[in-house]
Ligand binder design. Structure first.
Ligand SMILES: Cc1cc2nc3c(=O)[nH]c(=O)nc-3n(C[C@H](O)[C@H](O)[C@H](O)COP(=O)(O)OP(=O)(O)OC[C@H]3O[C@@H](n4cnc5c(N)ncnc54)[C@H](O)[C@@H]3O)c2cc1C
Length: 434
């Protein structure tokens, strides 16, 4: 089973994974002189879909890796889509503020809106990142179909059914993410990834907000792995990542982090939007077969962050396989599954790191020792600032979890923390460390 001239490809979902798949496929097809009929189905960008309906709950950080990957595809994020260039993270732990400037200023990180801004936004519509990516795919020859796919059938080949039409495809690319009712599992034996529910809010940015800075919070409320406030021109996106958070995580977060949040706000922040999007916590059980392949969140994504980058990783590998090896299950097993599994394996390291960081922030002694060690780290030359790089990497997704894991188990740093714990006695306060 191979793609040939005039082969028909149905991409279900016009988020990053679907658009990257179309762009990779069409770029490569053009290079090899192949003409393909590529259609992206997604109701989210239709003519009358405005504001929050076009949104996709996401903090909207585009990592340096994602930007580099896009540049190599000839996709350059234009200034109106860029909300901020992020230059620093400030981390609040146990009453302390840790400032983490971008360790490598050459590696740009951006904030964007995935949709067109918060519900309460009244000004000019905001240029969204996803609409921009879709326009890039269309510019390369994809056709956009502003309709939801209602069903997938098999009639000697896959048939994509919308409310008004049926489209017989040679290849179906399932890029529908994890935030809609799955459509493919019955026939295609597709089992979507297990997910966790996150929490988001959108608030107005106070005038005194530090420029180009994301502020991150660890610790409370229960179940939160970390929370971030991401600047986007006049707004701040609040994203809480974790699992088994309480029934109203945003309110609990504002209460639990009252003191550090009070450093930026004179009154409790007023909500301009908000949602509880889902993130995949593990890969899908089966993410390819004859004439179909799942990419992006629908297959596997980086744990808690940088899903835009992993959407590109999976889309690139799946589309390269489709053109080079074929579109049957065996081709995807050989060419695509290893790339998807590498993302999943890397997440295992991420899981361990997030467990360790949660354990550290829940124990004031360990936190104090860690903060002390971080202060020592600050005095080291840039190439030896291991802990700063570790936190930066975990917050931004700028390095693989495996690399961060390797970095965090350097015997010298561990010995240093251990020695400090012993030296400071049984109940050190953070202050005694700092
Ligand atoms: C709270 C939170 C914060 C996050 N922050 C970041 C971040 O800062 N940076 C980052 O890189 N990642 C972040 N992520 C992850 C990121 O949002 C996802 O990994 C990324 O959106 C995955 O892209 P995708 O194209 O696979 O899926 P999606 O972006 O979910 O796109 C799926 C598309 O499919 C469409 N669709 C669904 N069903 C159908 C259907 N039946 N017919 C037609 N179309 C359909 C939807 O309308 C949607 O447009 C965050 C996630 C969450 C939940």
């Amino acid at each position: 089973m191979r793609l040939e001239n005039e082969s028909r490809v149905a991409i279900i979902g016009g988020g990053p994974a679907g658009c990257f798949a179309a762009i990779h496929l069409l770029n490569r097809a053009r290079e090899s002189g192949l003409r393909l009929d590529v259609r992206i189905f997604d109701p989210r960008f239709g003519g009358d879909v405005k504001g929050v309906a076009a949104c996709k709950g996401c903090a909207g950080i585009v990592s340096a890796n994602a930007l580099q990957a896009m540049e190599s595809l000839g996709v350059h994020v234009p200034p109106p889509v860029i909300q901020e260039v992020i230059e620093e993270y400030r981390v609040h732990i146990l009453g302390q503020i840790i400032r983490l400037p971008q360790p490598n200023p050459g590696r740009k990180i951006l904030s964007v809106y995935r949709g067109r801004g918060p519900r309460a936004h009244a000004g000019e519509p905001i240029d969204g990142f996803d609409s921009f990516l879709l326009a890039e795919a269309v510019a390369r020859g994809a056709a956009y179909v502003p309709e939801r796919v209602r069903a997938l059938e098999w009639q000697s080949q896959p048939v994509v059914r919308t409310e008004s039409n049926g489209f017989a495809a040679d290849l179906v690319v399932l890029a529908a993410g994890v935030n809609n009712r799955p459509i493919a599992e019955s026939f295609f034996d597709y089992t979507p990834p297990p997910t966790g529910s996150m929490a988001q809010d959108e608030i107005r940015k106070p005038a005194e907000w530090p420029a180009h800075t994301v502020v991150a919070f660890f610790g409370e409320p229960k179940g939160m792995v970390f929370g971030v406030m991401v600047p986007k021109k006049q707004y701040l996106n609040v994203s809480l990542l974790g699992h088994q958070m309480g029934p109203d995580p945003i309110r609990e977060f504002y209460q639990a982090q009252k003191e550090p949040i009070g450093k930026y706000f004179s009154a409790p922040p007023e909500s301009c939007c908000g949602c509880s999007p889902r993130v995949p916590l593990q890969p899908a059980q089966r993410f390819y077969g004859d004439r179909w392949v799942a990419v992006g969140d629908a297959a596997v994504a980086r744990l808690y962050k940088d899903g835009i980058f992993s959407a590109n990783v999976t889309a690139e590998s799946a589309m390269r396989t489709a053109l080079e090896l074929g579109i049957d299950a065996e081709a995807f097993r050989t060419g695509y599954a290893p790339a998807a599994r590498r993302v999943a394996l890397d997440n295992r390291y991420g899981e361990i790191l997030f467990r360790i960081s949660t354990a550290i922030v829940q124990n004031s002694r360990l936190t104090a020792a860690f903060l002390y060690s971080l202060r020592l780290d600050e005095r080291r030359p840039p190439q030896k600032k291991i802990l700063a790089r570790l936190i930066w990497g975990m917050l931004t997704g700028d390095e693989s979890y495996r690399e961060l894991f390797r970095m965090s188990f350097r015997p010298r740093e561990l010995a240093e923390i251990g020695r400090e714990i012993l030296r400071r006695g049984r109940q050190p306060s953070t202050d005694s460390f700092l």
